[in-house]
Design a protein around this ligand. Structure first.
Ligand SMILES: Nc1nc2c(c(=O)[nH]1)N(C=O)[C@@H](CNc1ccc(C(=O)N[C@@H](CCC(=O)O)C(=O)O)cc1)CN2
Ligand SMILES: Nc1ncnc2c1ncn2[C@@H]1O[C@H](COP(=O)(O)OP(=O)(O)OP(=O)(O)O)[C@@H](O)[C@H]1O
Length: 223
């Protein structure tokens, strides 16, 4: 299902709708789709080429990242996980060597142990797997509304690839893009890859065509 969503006041409504829909999925369905998403990623060139990978620790009904984290570590890549700093609404990227290095933190989300932190410079990260409640095809994201990821994205390298992970039901027609929003480059769902840069250029092309049409009509009206 997709929603037309372009008013700020609809944000809370859309969050509630998506959360409700995601809760309707059975555990088996979530596991099966997460497995498919993991398979698609680990077979990709982007994953193969990345040496430093950051992933979120899945909670509630998010796409499960546990297998993805295991494969990353097994392949000898560096695994980075977010540690939340709630008072600053900041994400601190920390390297882990195994999933045993994680403990339940804010909201029960697993995060690196504070006692043995190994901070990583955000600019060192090659690939980031990003959670969301919803994405549109241009890579805009709707989160829980605290701005953690947008703040973090201002610190990473331009070349860092951001991949949103979502079930197909979380892909919506259009999300309101705000000035602080930094879109992801790709999305992977159980149905495959969505190239958001292509979506962004198509949207730009659409805007240009609309402008040409408008200017064309304005010009004709002068005749
Ligand atoms: N796995 C994962 N980790 C993540 C995120 C995420 O979306 N997924 N976040 C992405 O940014 C940050 C955590 N953001 C969160 C923000 C709010 C709530 C939360 O439970 N909020 C309450 C409502 C609070 C209120 O409105 O006052 C709720 O939803 O019940 C959870 C996570 C950082 N780590
Ligand atoms: N780079 C930034 N610097 C400062 N404030 C920011 C930045 N990015 C977002 N914010 C603020 O954070 C708040 C929440 O942003 P937004 O609604 O986009 O969150 P979200 O992406 O849904 O949430 P989250 O990333 O936590 O899942 C907004 O009020 C916004 O002004």
């Amino acid at each position: 299902m997709s929603y037309i969503y372009d008013r700020k006041e609809d944000k809370a409504k859309l969050r509630a709708q998506i959360l409700h829909q995601r809760k309707q999925m059975s555990l088996e369905e979530q596991e099966e789709k997460s497995k498919k998403i993991t398979e698609i990623i680990v077979q990709s060139r982007l994953f193969y080429d990345a040496k430093v990978i950051m992933a979120y620790a899945s909670f509630r009904q998010e796409v499960d990242t546990r297998e993805l984290i295991d494969v990353t570590l097994q392949q000898g890549k560096r695994m980075v996980m977010p540690l939340c700093h709630p008072s600053e609404k900041a994400i601190l990227p920390c390297e882990i060597k195994s999933q045993d290095d994680l403990v339940a933190g804010t909201w029960g989300i697993l995060e690196p142990r504070k006692e043995s932190l190994s901070l990583v410079a955000p600019t060192e990260i090659d690939l980031i797997f990003v959670p969301a409640l919803a994405f549109d095809r241009q890579g805009h994201r709707l989160g829980y509304g605290a701005g953690y990821y947008d703040r973090f994205f201002t610190q990473i390298h331009d070349k860092t690839i951001k991949i949103g992970l979502a079930y197909q039901i979380q892909i919506v027609h259009k999300l309101l893009s705000e000035p602080h929003d930094i879109p992801v480059n790709h999305i992977v769902t159980e149905k495959g890859w969505i190239d958001c840069e292509l979506g962004q250029s198509l949207a730009e092309l659409g805007q240009r065509q609309k402008k040409i049409q408008k200017e064309g009509f304005a010009h004709e009206s002068l005749l």
